[in-house]
Design a binder for this molecule. Structure first.
Ligand code: NAD
Length: 304
């Protein structure tokens, strides 16, 4: 992607500068957007400044004069707290601005915030992402969007400064539903890949050879080929650096909880998603909540 300035003078307020939001805001700044960013964490603000992003003293100050407001926060309660809580951010967003929430949250929560935006005459999109921290840094994220098609067209140049693929899944909340479907499949596939590798190793197989075979056979997946959960099989995978970095176990646990909750609302059956949610909960209780979710492999190894 070129760094040519196609910003059309858009001023972007960016709230939430964590693992994902930090590099996303930096990419907007690199593309020439006038970014005004805020995070509750002083450390996140310092890192954003070092990456060339202008920071504001509060969320209210960040949205002053903004034509686009983007949020990238941990969970539903943070997003509802930011827009609808005591700070009354929604009321302070300039008329005509476009609001984009990129956090992974409950579809119902996304719809509540979008309704409050609509009540103020503001368009709002849910645009959760896939691609992880590496995709956020490289500007190659996939955006999974719910909301009005016309609002998405307005958002497209901004999203393209942070990502490569954009999928419009339907009305408000549909982006969140689609994201949860993807992550539920990912959570189940990672767990069963760990199970298969542990079974093979218990029978004396070499996990490297087993993974190489599976990667070109019908059991292939991102979990065998890229983020292999067995330490040492893929040098670039979190498993080969003590499961550090990557996508946290507790974020996967949150997403599986949201998927199960979403299923309850419709009567859809998600037996494997529910089982996987319990596995990641056990992995968290075993002290690996902050490690990459592929550390679920450690639950499936034979006790020494
Ligand atoms: P993170 O915890 O690293 O960052 C969240 C940031 O939000 C923190 O810096 C926190 O201080 C800030 N914050 C919380 N409440 C705030 C408020 N009211 N005002 C301002 N700042 C506030 O999380 P992350 O890894 O960047 O993930 C963000 C979202 O993206 C989550 O919903 C996650 O599920 C999703 N996601 C993460 C990944 C990943 O690989 N990390 C991949 C895809 C999607």
């Amino acid at each position: 992607m070129s760094n040519t300035n196609h910003t059309g003078g858009a001023r972007v307020a960016f709230i939430g500068l964590g693992h994902m939001g930090g590099p996303m805001a930096a990419n907007l700044a690199k593309h020439g957007y006038a970014v005004s960013a805020f995070d509750l964490s002083a450390d996140a603000l310092r890192k954003a400044r070092e990456a060339g992003v202008a920071v504001a003293p509060s969320a209210l100050a960040a949205v002053e004069g903004a034509s686009v407001v983007i949020s990238m926060l941990p969970a539903s309660r943070h997003v509802e707290g930011l827009y609808l809580g005591d700070g009354a951010l929604m009321a302070a967003i300039p008329a005509g601005a476009l609001v984009i929430d990129c956090s992974t949250i409950a579809p119902a929560s996304a719809q509540r915030v979008a309704k409050a935006a609509a009540d103020r005459g503001l368009a709002m999109l849910d645009a959760p992402v896939s691609g992880g921290v590496a995709g956020a840094a490289a500007g190659t994220l996939t955006f999974i969007v719910g909301g009005d098609a016309a609002a998405l067209e307005r958002a497209r140049p901004v999203l393209q400064a942070m990502g490569k693929n954009i999928f419009h899944m339907g009305a408000s909340g549909a982006g969140q539903v689609a994201k949860l479907c993807n992550n539920m499949a990912l959570g189940v596939i990672m767990a069963v890949t760990g199970e298969a590798l542990a079974l093979g190793v218990a029978h004396g197989l070499d996990p490297q050879a087993l993974s190489a075979m599976m990667a070109v056979s019908t059991g292939r997946s991102w979990a065998t080929e890229v983020c292999n959960p067995w330490p040492g099989v893929k040098p670039e995978a979190p498993a080969s650096r003590g499961y550090s970095g990557g996508f946290g176990n507790d974020l996967m646990l949150k997403d599986l909880g949201l998927a199960v909750e979403a299923a309850l609302g419709t009567g859809a059956a998600v037996p494997l998603g529910e089982l996987a949610r319990n596995l990641y909960a056990l992995n968290s209780r075993a002290g690996r909540g902050g490690l990459d979710f592929s550390s679920v492999q450690q639950l499936l190894l034979k006790a020494e």
